[in-house]
Design a protein around this ligand. Structure first.
Ligand code: ADP
Ligand code: MG
Length: 197
């Protein structure tokens, strides 16, 4: 089993969007996938309740205080944890990988320090993913350089600002299902390969 946690101190960074999209893409690639919704806003659980019963099954469970215990009850190849902005990583349980979504804006990059403090000093396998990037922008290149200077690995794949992500989630789906030929779908497929590599 591989466990991946989406982590960012900033609300609206794209944690839930990436958690659900990576989960669906991995399930479509043949893995048994479960999501732990550790956010009291319960967006992932609400998404699951909108999901077409005929779609690829993805187990979504609420995360309790003890994530290790929740993970221990799950039988899956891949467990993806969607976190609230207040998430801690100092408990006994540690994910195999951490993904930090961050938008290439000064405000979001400024808030990245708080997320890095969470990871601080420990040898965690963490990777930033640039979210909502405008096309071919200097901001995206600058953000990449800035995050690398902070010592955090940045995914090669960037995720654009695309309505298909929100539209798909509203329909209980992911962009790979809702608009399979879209750029959004293509980006997620590429990102999944990078994440699982
Ligand atoms: N790549 C994107 N393109 C367009 N909208 C996005 C993108 N990523 C996230 N959003 C939107 O931004 C908002 C916050 O995203 P969300 O995944 O809920 O963030 P978090 O879980 O970190 O709070 C949502 O309305 C979502 O639809
Ligand atoms: Mg969220």
């Amino acid at each position: 089993m591989t466990t991946i946690q989406l982590l960012a101190r900033k609300g609206g960074a794209g944690k839930t969007t990436l958690a659900l999209h990576l989960a669906v893409a991995a399930a479509a690639a043949g893995r048994a996938v479960a999501i732990i919704d550790a956010d009291e806003q319960a967006s992932a659980l609400a998404w699951a309740s909108r999901r077409d019963p005929d779609a690829i099954p993805i187990l979504v469970v609420a995360g309790g205080r003890d994530l290790g215990q929740t993970v221990g009850r799950i039988d899956a190849d891949l467990v993806i944890v969607d976190s609230p902005p207040s998430a801690q990583t100092r408990g006994a349980w540690q994910p195999d990988r951490i993904i930090v979504p961050v938008q290439p804006s000064a405000l979001d990059l400024g808030a990245l320090g708080a997320t890095l403090d969470l990871l601080g000093g420990r040898d965690l396998d963490a990777m930033a993913v640039l979210m909502r990037c405008p096309p071919r922008s200097v901001e995206t290149d600058e953000a990449r350089a800035y995050i690398r200077d902070l010592g955090l690995h940045v995914a090669q794949t960037t995720i654009g600002e695309r309505r298909d992500f929100a539209r798909a989630l509203a329909a209980g789906a992911a962009a790979t299902e809702y608009a399979p030929r879209s750029r959004a779908a293509q980006e997620i497929t590429e990102l999944l390969q990078e994440v699982l590599a």
